[in-house]
Design a protein around this ligand. Structure first.
Ligand code: AMP
Ligand code: MG
Length: 419
């Protein structure tokens, strides 16, 4: 049984906002980027299409051979015994063969070569007997076999990729086979990140008893380090309303999203609250989630603002549960499952209070039959970043759930897809 490490937030509290309600509010306040940029397809992986792609021609353009072998007329396939056919020519990929081929004749054909007019069967070379320029075929050959039909992959005028498609290497292959060198993608999202706290110092600064190195900005930096995002690093901001106000206002002139960490819990929220009251519309929420209960969300000028908690694990949990879905919505990414939810059997009891979502860090395993089991990474304090580093998944214990008994099924969100 995991020690739940009691703390003051464990006292049952009324009026906490359920996770799904918070996410709904965030997404309904998140606009979609309208701007686009034209880029070479070589650099399009991980970007989002701003405009659908329509095929200017069929792919393949012509019926062609799927194998190396011999092409002939289906009427020459015998019902019994064998038929001998004379090989009169060859067809190679990249060069059309215009020879007239009659019944009783065939051509040697290579993979990808256009099937000459009227021929409607290709035999794999391994499936025919060959004696110099004569081959013998039998009844096992079938009309249409080993022929790739014109347009069987892509039809002319078909929309093959919709606007909003998150571009993968396969998509780039499709776009390339249609001959497009450049495409319209949504412009990069500009995201400003800041840490707050007088105790927080940058790597390289003098370490002393009262100071801690900044983990959060590096976590956020690496989580945002992807082709469709431009990161603006605001550094560490001191706990001072004026400084915060100045920085956030300045950033809102060019950032689509501003993300800060720390300074949103009751003890120190006054700085951010004072600052944010003057610079925009930001609400301070207490979300029914552990870890990550305090969260500030709203807008500063044209920017969306997320004030994440200070503890690094809470930063990661709130980032992946609330900020990433907003980022993907702003980029207009459609139909992409960020990280699928899967079911696994818990290997142990996990203490859980109903009335809030608990995001436990876990290690998921799959046996040879494909069954998944999961265990926790041990101590789950929101300041214990090793619980994230040891984990390969979030165990998501739903709002109404109470303590999980070993053997019960739980919902798991694997990190592959998230990270
Ligand atoms: P706060 O909400 O600002 O009171 O922060 C909560 C806890 O998280 C405190 O123990 C902070 O020292 C810690 N913390 C805040 N910011 C960071 C950071 N950037 N890196 C690591 N720990 C932090
Ligand atoms: Mg602080």
């Amino acid at each position: 049984m995991i020690d739940p490490q009691p703390n003051c937030t464990d006292i049952f509290e009324q009026g906490l906002m359920p996770v799904d309600q918070a996410l709904k509010k965030i997404l309904s306040a998140t606009p979609q980027l309208a701007d686009y940029q034209i880029i070479n397809i070589e650099h399009a992986k991980g970007r989002t299409l701003a405009e659908s792609i329509t095929a200017p021609f069929n792919v393949p353009q012509h019926n062609n051979s799927a194998v190396d072998g011999y092409a002939f007329h289906a009427i020459d396939i015998p019902t019994e015994g064998i038929t001998k056919l004379t090989v009169i020519d060859s067809a190679y990929a990249g060069k059309a063969n215009l020879t007239q081929i009659n019944s009783g004749q065939c051509i040697r054909i290579m993979t990808g070569a256009i099937i000459p007019k009227d021929l409607d069967v290709v035999a794999m070379q391994e499936h025919v007997e060959c004696y110099g320029t004569i081959i013998s075929v039998d009844k096992r050959h079938k009309q249409g076999q080993n022929i790739r039909l014109a347009g069987e992959d892509i039809r002319q005028n078909e929309t093959i990729l919709p606007a909003g498609k998150f571009i993968t290497p396969a998509d780039i292959g499709l776009i390339a086979c249609l001959g497009f060198a450049e495409i319209k993608v949504r412009r990069k999202l500009k995201i400003a990140i800041a840490s707050t706290g007088n105790e927080v110092i940058s790597i390289g600064a003098n370490h002393s008893k009262e100071k801690i190195y900044d983990s959060n900005r590096y976590i956020l930096y690496s989580a945002l380090d992807r082709p469709d995002i431009e990161i603006i690093n605001l550094g560490i901001l001191e706990d001072n309303a004026e400084t915060l106000l100045k920085q956030f206002k300045q950033s809102s002139l060019y950032a689509d999203i501003i993300i800060s960490s720390g300074g949103v819990s009751v003890g120190d929220a006054d700085y951010t609250r004072t600052a944010l009251k003057q610079s925009g519309t930001v609400d301070f929420w207490k979300i029914a989630i552990k870890p990550g209960r305090p969260l500030a969300f709203g807008s500063i000028g044209k920017s969306l603002f997320f004030g994440l908690p200070g503890n690094p694990v809470a930063v990661m949990v709130t980032f992946y549960q609330f900020v990433l879905p907003a980022i993907e919505q702003m980029l207009g990414i459609k139909n992409k499952v960020i990280a699928p939810l899967i079911k696994a059997k818990s290997e142990e009891n996990i203490a859980k209070k109903p009335g809030r979502t608990e995001v436990v860090r876990g290690i998921i395993k799959q046996d040879n039959e494909g069954n998944c089991t999961v265990k926790t990474t041990g101590k789950q304090g929101s300041g214990i970043l090793r619980s994230m580093s040891l984990a390969n998944a979030f165990i998501i214990l739903e709002h109404d759930r109470s303590t999980v008994k070993a053997g019960e099924t739980v919902t798991v969100q694997t990190f592959s897809g998230l990270f």
